[in-house]
Design a protein around this ligand. Structure first.
Ligand SMILES: [Zn+2]
Length: 502
């Protein structure tokens, strides 16, 4: 035992040594706490917004999976990952995992118009405006059709449900008007919805229209949306409520009442509207397109635990040109930016976390979560043992973070809620994620593969005076970077427990 004075001297000596070796570190803290503080400093609003702005740049043309714009964005991203010395996790020593990914380019020149008979019988044409009233179908055939519009409700032919909205109608060469989703709500009546689910897919609806001989389809779903099927002979246009109202005008029916009626009675309310419209779209289909997931790996530093992997993912793709540029700042440059900042901060840790951490930037999420589906069917062998998947989609705009599937996987969520309570203090709402309907998040495929998941999104931003979701207005200026900073720090802090813990 030593006396008080020498004890004090030794402490002073140790403190000065510590100051030499760990200049910024408070004595008593582990080297990890210092690294965590540095990581926090690095996950900053200017850095995150720099990444978002880069991804939204015109040169990447809205990052539609399969296009040069997407591939160039993926190459830029891979260059960064290499700079941070993360290991390539894709095909044959690259950062890219390729898969078949047909895509359709929307070319300029789309038109939508309604032909009305004037009072003296003279023809009158009402033309509609792109984005304000309609979007060219992102997988439309190329060409023009002028024909009568036939309303076919949800566009479903389901004999086993005793429900056929095309029954008794001749739509050959005509334009069908179709509602999105199905008459049954997945959250209100899960068992009943399960029977209707196959009919909720956009792909089903265009196929059914084509099978009935329709030449055009108006889809009451006013957004840009490439999650659909290309049919060469079907001109597809997405329309908003004002166009639907004009079509119903004078029919003696009120559109919202008709939809409500179908939902309530599960009886068809289809009718020929007598309205003549022109749909014109130009497109270029690429059946041989290639999608590219971007995969980077930070190998674990513990000889035993490195066989376990934590995946942090965000989809890199967006909607391309429709024909306006859809920059996809919130959806999902925000998620990519946060994953990049977290990857950068984790890569700077010495030694690296004990478990392996993989960063996956999915392609073709917008085309029907195809990148994550392919990844789970073909995971790189080194990453076979996945402990958790953290997904980020639409995390750039809001005041509150929503943690989908947190309540499905309470053990995983515990780590995040502890990190948030102790360090970050963000507003986070844990939620269940049922995903009874068609998959709309990459997380769905991980859940179905029994991998514990939490999927973050931001909510609660004041609505701007224009629609943002899947439009040209999803730009960097509408983001609230602070929420991205909070999320980046939360994931980074939780990762030191998830990837580094016992
Ligand atoms: Zn989207």
């Amino acid at each position: 035992m030593i006396d008080q004075t020498s004890n004090k001297l030794i402490r002073i000596l140790l403190l000065s040594l510590a100051a030499v070796f760990f200049p910024l570190q408070t004595v008593g803290e582990s080297p990890r706490s210092e690294q965590i503080r540095n990581g926090w400093k690095d996950i900053s609003a200017p850095l995150l917004m720099e990444y978002v702005r880069e991804l939204c740049a015109e040169k990447y043309a809205g990052r539609l999976s399969g296009t040069k714009g997407y591939d160039d964005a993926a190459a830029w991203l891979a260059e960064r990952l290499a700079k941070w010395q993360l290991k390539p996790g894709g095909d044959s020593g690259t950062y890219f995992q390729d898969f078949p990914n047909p895509y359709t380019l929307v070319l300029p020149g789309s038109e939508l118009s309604l032909h009305l008979a004037g009072k003296e019988g003279e023809a009158k044409t009402r033309s509609y405006e792109i984005e304000k009233d309609f979007f060219p179908g992102s997988t439309s055939g190329s060409g023009e059709v002028t024909a009568e519009v036939v309303y076919v409700g949800f566009g479903i032919s389901a004999p086993e449900l005793n429900f056929d909205e095309y029954l008794g109608l001749d739509v050959r060469g005509k334009i069908v008007l179709v509602e999105v989703e199905v008459p049954v709500d997945p959250d209100r009546n899960a068992a009943e919805f399960a029977k209707w689910r196959p009919y909720s897919f956009h792909q089903y609806k265009v196929r059914n229209a084509r099978d009935h001989g329709a030449a055009g389809m108006l889809y009451h779903y006013p957004i840009a949306n490439p999650n659909c099927l290309y049919i060469r002979d079907l001109i597809l246009t997405y329309i908003g409520a004002n166009v639907v109202r004009d079509i119903f005008q004078g029919s003696g029916r009120i559109h919202p009442h008709v939809v409500k009626g179908i939902r309530k009675t599960l009886r068809e309310r289809s009718f020929a509207t007598g309205k003549i419209m022109t749909l014109k779209n130009f497109s270029e289909h690429h059946a041989d397109g290639v999608g590219k997931n971007v995969i980077a790996v930070l190998p674990g530093s513990d000889p035993r635990l490195k066989n376990e992997t934590i995946i942090i993912g965000a989809h890199l793709d967006h909607l391309g040109l429709n024909p306006l540029l859809t920059p996809g700042a919130n959806d999902n440059a925000s998620g990519v930016a946060v994953v990049m900042a977290v990857a950068q901060a984790l890569a700077a840790m010495e030694p690296p976390p004990r478990r392996t951490v993989a960063f996956i930037f999915f392609a073709a999420e917008e085309q029907g979560v195809r990148g994550s589906e392919f990844y789970l069917l073909h995971p790189p062998p080194a990453l076979a043992n996945v402990r958790a998947f953290i997904n980020l989609d639409g995390v750039g705009r809001g005041r509150t973070l929503e943690a989908l599937a947190a309540k499905n996987y309470p053990d995983l969520w515990k780590v995040f809620s502890a990190a948030n309570r102790q360090l970050v203090h963000a507003a986070v709402i844990p939620a269940y994620f049922h995903n009874r309907a068609r998959p709309r998040l990459d997380a769905a495929h991980f859940m179905w593969a029994d991998i514990p998941t939490v999927s973050f999104a931001a909510t609660g931003a004041p609505e701007p005076p224009f629609p943002v979701y899947h439009t040209s207005h999803d730009r960097p200026e509408i983001l609230t970077p602070e929420i991205m900073v909070d999320l980046g720090r939360l994931i980074f802090s939780a990762m030191t427990e998830l990837a580094d813990g016992k």
